[in-house]
Design a protein around this ligand. Sequence first.
Ligand code: IFM
Length: 402
Amino acid sequence: MKPFPKNFLWGAAISSYQTEGNNFASDWWQWEQQPGNIKDGSVSSSACDFWNQYETYLDYAKQAGMNALRISIEWARIQPEQNQWSQQALDHYKKIIGAMKQRGLEPIVTLWHFTLPLWFAKQNGWLNENAQEYFLQYVKRVYETLKNGVRYWITLNEPSVYLFNGFITGSWPPGKKLALHQAVRIRNKLIRIHKAAYHILKNQNTLVSIAANLSWDTGASQYKNINRLLEWLPPRGNDWAMLHATQRECDFIGLNYYFHNTIRANVLHPFASVTSSHKDPSRNSDIGWEIAPQGIYEVSKKLYKTFHKPIMITENGLADAKDEKRAQFIRDHVKNIAQAIEKNIPVIGYLHWSLMDNFEWALGKTPRFGLIEMDYNTMTAHPRQSLWEYGTLIRQYINIAS
Ligand code: IFM
């Protein structure tokens, strides 16, 4: 078998709002306070206290043998009010990134992972006519402070998932239920914003992309056209259209892989065409998502065939509170990545979601995605067995790397 490249990125991914705690200047904080918005009634509060306890988490990542970590920056911390910038927050992120580097963890930095500063959300967020200008001001500040330490940048995380939940079903802020064409208009704006941010972040040392949510869709070949249509529409939460539009401004493709769907054509109601593949709990995660490792190979293959760019798995994981399936899940997905590399598909990294349990948006704190368990009563972190098994796997692959 062709070995993994020596500089392959082995790591995990987290996001600021889901882990840092006390992000009171973000729109999600306000959203959480309204009864009914979070399924289990929990609030993020201190989350995993990553803001203060980051060294503990980074130590565990290092002990497991990781060499990379994807984090995100909370815009609301950097700019808590429209006319107020926090150098202190910027310096704190610089410290976190320095601490990662000291431990041999390559930072992959996301600039927007679903949350907005409240002042911006109150002015209609992305719908504001100055949205691009506001976002770029923030991007410039972050870039100026962190540019020497960061090679890999992600501008936007899963834009279509955000559009689906925030603007179609209304289950995330801003809680809108818009018509399809309006959601497509916002997507077009996000495309322009990514392109503009790309040019701020791009230099000879940096590699920039988005983190795209893409499912593995299967179905009979006569449904290909419906399949293709569904790929392009935000209601699927699939970022294919985003990638087609931004491919020139993506140095690699960030792939968040979670889902397998079967397409059964329903010509009258195309969105009813998509069904999750099966209901067998032994092959699902705690929240009913099918475990389908072959898909990470299939989607990577399709991505490479379409865009001819290196692929970084920027997220892949499952909710598994008892930690019964996680280690095998990782082994099976990595095996499929090995198969992709064997077929000369340049996958450059695998970042497991997530390093630790975190606030899972509208599902609250119930789903447990972490390699590290978070005890929310004592606010302490406890590595799960799967963290060490992932470490064993990393060492095996590193030992046979070219
Ligand atoms: O927790 C989320 C993350 O914020 C974005 N990608 C999917 C994860 C699991 O749902």
